[in-house]
Structures are given as structure tokens and as C-alpha cells.
Design a protein. Structure first.
Length: 176
């Protein structure tokens, strides 16, 4: 796979939008990533250009994002970068999206307390009937029809059954 995996550190710029879709939960928010550099002339740190990313989270990650992530919080986002360009009327614009694999708070700028997500209990599996594994018995002779002599012996030989009704590997051993 030739995907562009990124790890981005920034601040949550918009409130996460959570939706229940047919494919499962989904959440998205905008992430602002501002570069900082040391300005020697001012002898201070200065903000550089700000990049904005739309972060998409799915399934359990989306549920946790909706519950834990708020505007202004510093976060670390890891995922696949997708850049889209579109033309609307006379304007062309580009959008950088991150399909998130992991999202966490940036602990270099604050504290967070982890709480494991509770998985919903799976509904009990419906019991399926056990298949009938028994080999059907050979057909019994019908009333009024005489059994053909030797037919039973012939049927048993076809099934690999020797004399005495046992298969060759099941013949009783002679005990001396």
C-alpha cells in the first residue's frame, strides 16, 4: 500500500461532530497545527503558518472522540493523509483530511486520565440445532416382501464390513 501515514500535533479547532451511520459511528473535527520558531530579532518564540486538517474517526475511536475531545485541547493524531482538490464555480480549493487510526491528548502540554472504554455485552448467540451426524440404517424389508437371500451380505461387503458384522479393523482379537 502506498499510503501517506502522518503523525500530527495540534489543537482541536472545532467541536467534534458525531454521527451514527449505517456503517457505524463516525466523528470529525478540525485540527489546527501551527509551527513555532525562535525569532532571533525579537528574542522570543513566534507563531508561523497554521495548517488545518479535517480529522475523521470511525467506530469505537469516534465514540471516544465524541466523549473526550473538546475545542482547544492539544492532541496527537496518527492516521492516513488524504489531500482532495475540488472546483466550485470559479474557485478551486484543496482539503487535507486525516483518516485517524489513533488520537490522544498531548501530555507535554497537560494531564489526562485514561479510562478504558466499556465494551457493550454481545447478545447471546441463538442456539442452532445440532446436525444429525448418524449414518442412516439400511432400509428394513417391507412387510410382505421376502428378503432376497445374500442381499444383506452383499450390502455389508460394499460397506467394508466383514463376517460377524464388524469392519475388518474392528475384528475381535483372539485372546490366548
Amino acid at each position: 500500500m502506498n499510503e501517506t501515514n502522518v503523525c500530527v500535533v495540534g489543537n482541536v479547532a472545532t467541536r467534534p461532530a458525531y454521527r451514527e451511520l449505517a456503517t457505524g459511528p463516525s466523528a470529525r473535527f478540525r485540527l489546527a497545527v501551527t509551527s513555532r520558531y525562535w525569532d532571533r530579532e525579537k528574542n522570543a518564540w513566534t507563531d508561523g503558518h497554521t495548517n488545518f486538517f479535517t480529522v475523521w474517526a470511525n467506530r469505537q475511536l469516534a465514540v471516544n472522540v465524541a466523549a473526550c475531545v473538546e475545542v482547544g485541547q492539544p492532541v496527537v493524531v496518527q492516521g492516513r493523509l488524504k489531500v482532495r482538490t475540488e472546483v466550485q464555480g470559479q474557485q478551486q480549493w484543496a482539503s487535507a483530511d486525516i483518516d485517524a487510526v489513533a488520537i490522544g491528548h498531548d501530555l507535554s502540554r497537560g494531564m489526562a486520565f485514561f479510562q478504558r472504554a466499556v465494551k457493550p455485552e454481545a447478545p447471546p448467540a441463538t442456539a442452532r440445532p445440532e446436525p444429525d451426524w448418524e449414518t442412516p440404517r439400511p432400509a428394513e424389508p417391507r412387510d410382505g416382501q421376502p428378503e432376497q437371500p445374500g442381499q444383506e451380505q452383499h450390502d455389508m461387503q460394499e460397506q467394508g464390513v466383514g463376517e460377524g458384522g464388524l469392519a475388518p479393523q474392528q475384528q475381535p482379537l483372539a485372546v490366548t
